[in-house]
Design a protein around this ligand. Structure first.
Ligand code: URP
Ligand code: ZN
Ligand code: ZN
Length: 456
């Protein structure tokens, strides 16, 4: 048995100073004090916060966007995740148009199996809705997939409202949750066309082509569909005050909706698109990073309980890949790295400053995702019987984010030079120490996590 002693345990209902015992990969006991028996290993957690392993419910590893493949694959992405305290990633297996969900799932297993350093699961992104796809859904649930992703933008992925409606209805029946990329694809295309016609070809044209109203319209439309189907949907990467207003309106009318945001919408502003030369390209992601008003609104929503989950939308590219759009902003691959630094960014900005409790951080970065995506109580909480995926967090550790020092397989980070308070000392995966002194010491120990249906 291993006993983690004298830590500040971050339990679902608050912090408790005590001990936690691990046996056979699961949490065997939690108590004020656990007496060790001969042969037990003691892990001293004095001065540490002990969190359940963090869950990043939104990553894109080894993803071909049609022009180029993301810089992080499952080897590099999950290693980076683990070093930052994330013990489960839920990546997006994506159906190619004309192909099956089954082939997408096989392809994603091939990318991840035996190569991942943290645990992994897959959402299934549906890009081709037809009778065959519909008939495949029960097999997806049998294979442990209980969440699905739909896009309202990106021409190779987006679905018409009728398909979105039908899929969400099916999910209600089968116990799946649908996450949706909310931008109006037609308006995005029109916005890009207009920027180009007016000769604006630099990264600064990216946010201009996709203003907040483009997100807000899609959020509103999705919420109408969700209302019609009486099914709770998940709005992924909410970025704008206008989009948030639509969520508030629906909630005030009694509708239930899950909302995810990402660190870049909380911590960065559209100033990043005003850098000289092509420097802003590294910040090109969709939805774009918004102005200070939106940043503040999303932050306020985070702090007053309106946001359910903070995930990263990790989708990394090198600067050379970003340069594919040197002459035309619309060809810059969309996405930012983030999976390594999410817990430290949120801890440093919100917990260390006293704006958020450690327990709330745990909900936002772990428990709520586990509940929403059918992982709870196996993952997402320190409970007797839960998997022993555990993070020992040093609240006083200082770290500086640099592209040079990061494990993410890219030469840039949107947080270059950020000085953070708090960081990982040790991570246990199924009870085994895989990160020690903040360094990954065991790789490729991650397992596929099969998920159960959820009630939405
Ligand atoms: O820019 C982004 N977010 N790229 C990844 C794909 C998506 O929209 O989630
Ligand atoms: Zn998206
Ligand atoms: Zn995404």
């Amino acid at each position: 048995m291993k006993i983690i002693k004298n830590g500040m345990l971050v339990l679902e209902d608050g912090l408790v100073c005590g001990d936690l015992a691990v046996e056979n990969g699961v949490i065997a006991a939690i108590a004020g004090s656990i007496a060790p028996a001969a042969g037990d290993e003691i892990i001293d957690a004095s001065g540490m916060l002990v969190f359940p392993g963090f869950i990043d419910g939104h990553t894109h590893f080894d993803m071909d966007n049609g022009t180029t493949v993301t810089a992080d694959d499952f080897v590099t992405g999950t290693r980076a995740a683990l070093s930052g305290g994330t013990t489960v990633v839920i990546d997006f297996a994506t159906q190619d148009r004309g192909d099956s969900l089954d082939n997408a799932l096989k392809a994603w297993h091939k990318k991840a199996d035996g190569r991942s350093s943290c645990h992994y699961a897959f959402h299934m992104a549906i890009s081709d809705w037809n009778e065959h796809t519909k008939a495949e859904l029960p097999n997806m649930f049998a294979a442990g997939i209980s969440s699905f992703k739909l896009y309202l933008a990106y021409d190779n992925l987006r679905l018409p409202d009728e398909s979105v409606y039908e899929i969400i209805r099916e999910m209600k029946r089968l116990g799946g949750v649908v996450g949706v990329h909310c931008e109006n694809g037609d308006l995005v295309n029109a916005g890009i066309k207009r920027q180009k016609a007016e000769g604006r070809l630099t990264p600064a044209a990216h946010p201009a082509a996709r203003p907040p109203v483009v997100e807000a319209e899609a959020v509103k439309r999705l919420l109408a569909i969700s209302q019609l189907t009486d099914c709770t949907v998940n709005i992924v990467h909410l970025s704008s005050k206008a989009g948030l207003a639509e969520v508030r309106r629906a909630r005030q009318a009694g509708q239930r909706v899950f909302v995810e945001t990402c660190p870049h919408y909380l911590l960065l502003t559209d100033e990043c698109y005003r850098l000289p030369g092509f420097e802003s390209a590294k910040f090109v992601c969709s939805p774009p990073i918004r102005d200070e008003q939106s940043r503040q609104a999303i932050e306020e929503a985070l702090l007053n309980g309106e946001i359910d989950t903070v995930s990263t939308d990790h989708c990394s590219y090198t600067l050379a890949q970003k340069a594919l759009g040197k002459e035309d902003f619309s060809k810059i691959p969309n996405g930012l790295p983030g999976v390594e630094h999410r817990p430290a960014l949120i801890f440093s900005h919100y917990v260390a400053t006293g704006l958020m409790s450690a327990a709330r951080m745990s909900s936002l970065l772990s428990t709520n995702s586990a509940r929403q995506f059918g992982l709870y109580p196996q993952k997402g909480a320190l409970r007797v019987g839960s998997d022993a995926d555990i993070v020992l967090w040093n609240p006083n550790k200082k770290q500086v984010i640099t592209a040079q020092a990061q494990l993410q397989n890219t030469d840039n980070t949107p947080y270059e030079g950020a000085i953070l308070t708090g960081g990982v000392e040790r991570v246990l995966l199924m009870g085994e120490t895989v990160v020690s002194d903040g360094k990954v010491i065991k790789e490729r120990e991650g397992r596929y996590v099969s998920r159960h249906p959820v009630e939405v």
